[in-house]
Design a protein around this ligand. Structure first.
Ligand code: SF4
Length: 328
């Protein structure tokens, strides 16, 4: 019987899952993911996680609980750096420790460090270490690493073509998914935020689907190469410490330079320290670059945020943008 490795459908699931799924599959292990977020999963996570954690971290705990009795081991890597420029936020750095300290009766955790900034070999040292723990040879690990790299590149390629992360994952599974075609004359909105916040349908209250239903063209940070986003985030006197924060700031700069943008929405998480700064930087950048002319809305989501409140804000924002267009 093959080994079952649990991968919570949260945090790096939206950015790095294809790599790890292909890697484990090539080793002969089956990857089991938790179901899409529900109220029960979020409530379980919020009950168990430390009280001052941000919503995505609480949610991660809920997904671990949903998986823990179904797998032989849980993959919870300590994400330190995925490039040489910035680290992940401290919550990512301490994630395996937080999970261990707060949840009981867990299967073994595979919690090796991912620190691409320290070496020239990318994810290879982590892959070799994981294979060693699971009892596979270096040769098997290398083949699995190569397989993971191929899948991750295919995923990134789809994102750049306009697929949203969940669509790209579905496409890689062979499902007949296509990215939404850009509607001529429709409003163009950049919806920016950390992928694990924006694409979790439950905690984001399906903001993207709602906007699409209103006929809006959506642009996201995944549609721009990460290197370009890092380059654009250099306008700050000092680059931010955190990986995803730099991507959001870079994406703001990128979309501000696109002449046809009607507005920017920042989806932010309650309890997120880095976002307190990122939100302000976005506001100042927009004010500076467009002299305050580009509408900006920040939507902060917590465990209690209701559908009705978000709907009202989105509808009001879109109505206001349509009126502005009419007045131009
Ligand atoms: S960046 Fe913010 S939302 Fe993401 S894990 Fe850190 S504190 Fe939480």
């Amino acid at each position: 019987m093959s080994l079952h490795i649990g991968f919570p459908t949260a945090l790096i699931y939206y950015s790095h899952f294809p790599f790890w799924q292909a890697y484990f599959n090539r080793l002969g292990a089956e990857v089991v993911t938790s179901p899409p977020t529900t109220k029960a999963i979020l409530d379980d996570g919020a009950r168990e996680a430390v009280a001052d954690a941000c919503v995505p971290i609480k949610l991660y705990h809920g997904h671990v609980l949903a998986l823990k009795d179904k797998v032989d081991a849980l993959f919870i890597p300590r994400m330190v750096r995925i490039n040489r420029h910035a680290t992940f936020c401290p919550k990512f750095l301490g994630l395996p420790d937080m999970v261990r300290a707060t949840l009981s009766n867990l299967p073994p955790l595979i919690d090796l460090q991912v620190d691409v900034g320290r070496n020239l070999w990318g994810l290879w040292p982590t892959c070799r270490g994981v294979a060693e723990i699971l009892g596979f040879s270096g040769r098997a690990a290398w083949a699995a690493y190569r397989e993971g790299t191929r899948h991750q590149q295919a995923f990134q390629g789809l994102l750049l073509k306009g697929y949203l992360p969940l669509q790209a994952l579905a496409k890689l599974r062979g499902e007949p998914v296509e990215p939404a075609a850009r509607q001529p004359g429709a409003l163009n909105l950049a919806v920016l935020g950390y992928p694990y916040q924006v694409y979790d349908g439950y905690i984001s209250l399906n903001i993207i689907a709602k906007l699409k239903k209103m006929g809006v063209n959506i642009q996201t940070l995944e549609m721009v190469p990460p290197d370009r986003l890092y380059q654009l985030s250099r306008h700050l006197p000092r680059r931010l410490f955190w990986h995803f924060s730099n991507l959001v700031v870079g994406a703001t700069s990128y979309y501000l330079r696109q002449g046809d943008l009607d507005g920017i929405i920042h989806v932010t998480a309650f309890g997120c320290g880095p976002d307190a700064m990122v939100d302000k930087i976005m506001e100042l950048d927009i004010r500076h670059y467009t002299h305050g002319r580009l509408p900006f809305m920040s939507i902060c989501i917590d465990e209690q945020t209701g559908d009705a409140g978000v709907n009202t804000r989105l509808e009001a924002f879109v109505d206001m943008l349509l009126q502005r267009r009419g007045n131009r």
